[in-house]
Design a binder for this molecule. Structure first.
Ligand code: NAD
Ligand code: TYD
Length: 349
């Protein structure tokens, strides 16, 4: 089987690529990534020499390029993760999110349909999405697969749009699709603009840790490898045409999470108890900040037998250890060294 994984140089995509390359040596895995600021081939150094792995540098918005690679490699299936993924950036530049998340997704759908039309049923387009499409919860309740879409940020609006297009291609053209909507991920290789890696970096450097508003917003955190395992299960065992919600059953108010992180790092760095909490700095709230996300994953758990493999305390501890050990990775992504390298490396390709 030849599988095209898009966005494989990013945070979640790199864990999905590694899992598939190592677990399924009989598959050919193609990683298509534009290497935006969020894409980093250092995330995949350990597998780049594997025979069943090929990296393709390209933009999903570029329809001619996407057509070329489908013609050349004749993919059997797509797992689509490439996206602009940061809410704060979407507030500054919504159109970038429309291009990649909406137009890029429709390009992939069009091309898959074109190349797969002779025997559609032998193929699969798996679209990876977010729980943010459901909008925000109050104090109670969980997002289920039946919750009505109510996106409230440019990021979630663009992901909701892409989800609608994927379902439209299933209903209108019979394209075999699967979707999943996952809660907030954390773990190794997370770009330090998102809450947990940003806080780890700043605590390490003894810089202020910015908490938006009063820190009362709630997120449901899932270890990234458990998301990758869920994608593997859904890809192989999920029903065509179905959607699966993925979550950690692990809700945390931002302020409680940051306090736990400060204490965990104080212990690991041998700092006095309570030392890093002094770095917590309340800052202006995010515009339109969704109050609470929480996922009901019972469909995935009951039907496909998936469950998280680590507790939050274990996952957070592994994550902090990874950032403390991988100082070069962190230095490169925060200094922009890797961008200069890619510009030089790929200018003529
Ligand atoms: P990320 O920002 O870390 O990685 C995105 C990757 O896509 C990068 O490697 C980037 O170079 C690539 N990319 C961006 N634009 C591209 C384009 N036009 N063409 C080709 N490649 C392009 O994102 P992530 O956090 O790994 O998220 C991956 C997917 O999972 C996204 O679809 C996101 O919506 C979804 N998701 C993320 C989370 C989360 O907590 N991070 C939760 C649920 C769902
Ligand atoms: P983030 O990691 O950006 O994920 P998302 O917005 O997709 O949930 O943010 C997680 C939560 O942390 C969210 O409620 C916003 C908040 N936050 C801060 O308080 N400070 C920060 O510096 C960042 C980046 C986020």
């Amino acid at each position: 089987m030849k599988i095209l994984i898009t966005g494989g140089a990013g945070f979640i995509g790199s864990h999905v690529v590694r899992l598939f390359v190592n677990k399924y040596p009989e598959y050919q895995i193609f990683n298509l990534d534009a290497l935006t600021y969020a894409g980093n081939l250092a995330n995949l150094e350990d597998i780049e020499q594997k025979e069943n792995y090929t990296f393709l540098k390209g933009d999903i918005v570029d329809a001619a390029y996407v057509d070329d690679i489908f013609a050349k490699y004749q993919f059997d299936a797509v797992i689509h993760l490439a996206a602009e993924s940061h809410v704060d950036r979407s507030i500054v530049d919504p159109l970038a999110f429309v291009y990649t998340n909406v137009i890029g997704t429709v390009n992939l759908l069009n091309t898959a349909r074109k190349y797969w039309q002779e025997n559609l049923q032998k193929h699969l387009f798996y679209h990876v999405s977010t729980d943010e499409v459901y909008g925000t919860l109050g104090e109670d309740g969980l997002f289920t697969e039946e919750t009505a879409y109510d996106p409230r940020s440019p990021y979630s609006a663009s992901k909701a749009s892409s989800d609608h297009f994927v379902r439209a291609y299933y209903h209108t053209y019979g394209l075999p699709v699967k979707l999943s909507n996952c809660s907030n991920n954390y773990g190794p290789n997370h770009f330090p603009e998102k809450l947990i890696p940003l806080a780890i970096h700043n605590i390490k450097e003894e810089k202020p840790v910015p908490v938006y508003g009063k820190g009362e917003n709630v997120r449901d955190w899932l270890y990234v490898l458990d998301h990758a395992r869920a994608i593997d299960d859904i890809f192989h065992k999920g029903e065509v045409g179905d959607t699966y919600n993925i979550g950690g059953v692990n809700e945390w108010r931002n302020i409680d999470l940051i306090e736990l992180l400060c204490d965990t790092m104080d212990e690991k760095l041998g700092r006095p108890q309570g030392y890093s909490r002094k770095l917590i700095t309340f800052v202006k709230d995010r515009a339109g900040h969704d109050l609470r996300y929480a996922i009901d994953s019972s469909k995935l758990m009951n039907n496909l037998g998936w469950k998280p493999s680590v507790t939050f305390e274990q996952g957070l501890s592994k994550t902090v250890d990874w950032y403390l050990e991988n100082t070069e990775w962190l230095h490169n992504v925060t200094s922009g060294n890797y961008k200069a390298y890619y510009e030089q490396q790929y200018t003529d390709r």
